[in-house]
Design a binder for this molecule. Structure first.
Ligand code: ATP
Ligand code: MG
Length: 478
């Protein structure tokens, strides 16, 4: 029986059961089948994965149906006749089936001409040696690793190499350039010299790839343990200047009268890495990436003062919207969050100065709302000085800001501020229609609360409203 046979990759009992079903189904149909690609790679690396890719020398869709039937009643199969691929979802597993194929490419597209082929043909079309590893699900050699390109050795060496000639691989499907860099960043592997050179030479070809695909890989880089690895590779490969020119504008140090500023590109990469130690949230990482994006546009040398970047927070905020649109990232809540963090990223720093009033603290709580903690994370990540005692001092200052924020929030409850006297209440009190006067009164109440002139309570706000209304010669009707 298959289940007693050992596999060359470590698998759980549940995974073995699934593989056994696939093997039996393939046996019944008389088609040789193999597990291939990401699952094999990740299992050998000890990474978690539930996405299985199965290639068979025959009809992948027919095999998918057979497997689905073997796994249980009503197990759904999604299939795409034109591509000859099918997907079976069962519990936490997503199993992709495809018939082994041979591909040939035309220059203007990454969609190849496809003809049926052997396992070897199919392994040849894989992007990297570590992604071409296959495990046999045939009776004769069940569980055996089939490794024509020394992918196992490359896993050991932590090396990203292409099975065939690298220039051909990247020119055929330029998305592979992004994938190479993504895997380097995700797995902390090195891209082989000849492969990296081929990426540099083919960088321009990235233009035939859709933005969605590019963004997908870019986000995987952003989610990797140290995103700076991938971001720096994108830069050195010449890809970043094509897919993200605003980042390139941050590269380098300009000197004037013997004074330089810091390299905002490498500073930014450090900030992204810093925040990634504390959060896996993609959007906080994006906020770190974009926090200084407004600097190149606002850079000035002011005699007697040095380099300044006045207004780079507001300019950066506007750029967030444009960049999110270009990258086809979510334009509602996610973009708003990132934009807000970019716009506010200097505020906590200004609160580390002496003699800060409660009013300034209340205003930050009001503006940041529930994102105050994320903002503090960003500010702490923004400290990139190499001087340890400086870093310590800055962090301590932020601790003090946190303490003040907590204290003021506990007494004044500004964080999710709702006006204690609403527009409706104002309209009812003075029999007013919606309009400027109502807005002015609302704003006056809010400002008085934020300034600490009155308490954040209904009674105080109501009394204040009556007072203000008198000056406008308004009389309460009730
Ligand atoms: P992940 O699932 O983490 O994105 P993966 O390697 O599994 O990584 P998939 O997109 O799931 O990537 O693809 C599965 C397999 O298909 C890969 O391991 C690789 O063998 C092959 N593959 C995917 N994309 C390409 C490509 N652009 N060129 C060549 N082979 C590819
Ligand atoms: Mg996968």
């Amino acid at each position: 029986m298959i289940s007693s046979k050992p596999l060359d990759i470590p698998c759980s009992l549940q995974e073995r059961k699934v593989l056994e079903k696939i093997a039996l189904a393939a046996h019944d149909l008389g088609v040789p089948a193999y597990l291939i690609g990401g699952f094999v790679r990740d299992k050998l690396l000890g990474r978690r994965t539930k996405d299985m890719d199965v290639v068979c020398v025959g009809d992948g869709i027919a095999l998918a149906h057979q497997v689905a039937a073997a796994l249980g009643d009503n197990v759904p199969v999604a299939f795409f006749k034109t591509y000859g691929t099918a997907q079976v979802k069962w519990h936490e597993f997503e199993i992709e089936f495809v018939g082994a194929r041979k591909e040939s490419y035309r220059r203007e597209s990454r969609n190849p001409e496809v003809v049926a082929g052997t396992l070897q043909d199919d392994q040849n079309r894989r992007d990297f040696t570590i992604n071409a590893l296959a495990v046999s699900l045939r009776d004769a050699d069940y569980g055996t690793l089939i490794d024509p390109f020394e992918g196992l050795a490359d896993l050991d060496l932590k090396m990203i190499r292409t099975p065939l000639e690298p220039a051909q691989t990247f020119s055929d499907d330029p998305l592979r350039m992004m994938r190479a860099i993504r895997f380097a960043s995700q797995l902390q592997f090195t891209i082989a010299d000849n492969a990296f050179k081929a990426i540099q030479e083919n960088a321009e070809r990235i233009r035939i790839i859709t933005q969605e695909r590019i963004t997908d890989e870019f986000n995987k880089i952003m989610l990797s343990p140290k995103p700076s690895v991938g971001l720096d590779l994108l830069y050195k490969a010449g890809l970043l200047k094509i897919i993200f020119p605003q980042m390139i504008d941050m590269v380098g140090v300009e000197m004037y009268e013997g004074k330089g500023h810091k390299d905002n590109f490498y500073h930014t990469l450090q900030v992204v890495d810093n925040i990634s130690v504390h959060t896996h949230d993609l959007w906080l990482r994006w906020a770190a990436l974009l926090h200084d994006i407004g600097k190149p546009a606002t850079k000035k040398f002011e005699p007697g003062h040095g380099w300044t970047f006045h207004g780079h927070d507001a300019v950066g905020g506007k750029m967030v919207t444009r960049i999110f649109t270009k990258f086809k990232l979510p334009l509602h809540d996610k973009m708003k969050l990132v934009r807000k963090l970019v716009e506010l990223h200097l505020r906590p720093i200004s609160l580390t100065k002496e003699n800060i009033t409660d009013s300034a603290i209340r205003r930050l709580l009001f503006d940041a709302g529930d994102d105050i903690e994320s903002l503090m994370l960003l500010c702490e990540a923004d400290i990139t000085s190499k001087n340890k005692s400086k870093v310590k001092r800055y962090l301590e200052n932020f601790e003090l800001v946190r303490a003040r924020l907590k204290e003021v929030e506990e007494s004044d409850r500004i964080r999710n501020w709702q006006p204690p006297v609403t527009g409706e209440m104002i309209m009812e009190t003075f029999a007013l229609k919606p309009g400027r006067i109502v807005g002015d009164l609302k704003n006056a109440i809010r400002e008085a609360i934020l300034d600490g002139e009155i308490a954040n309570t209904y009674e105080a706000a109501y009394a204040f409203m009556l007072e203000k209304a008198k000056a406008l010669e308004l009389t309460p009707v009730k």
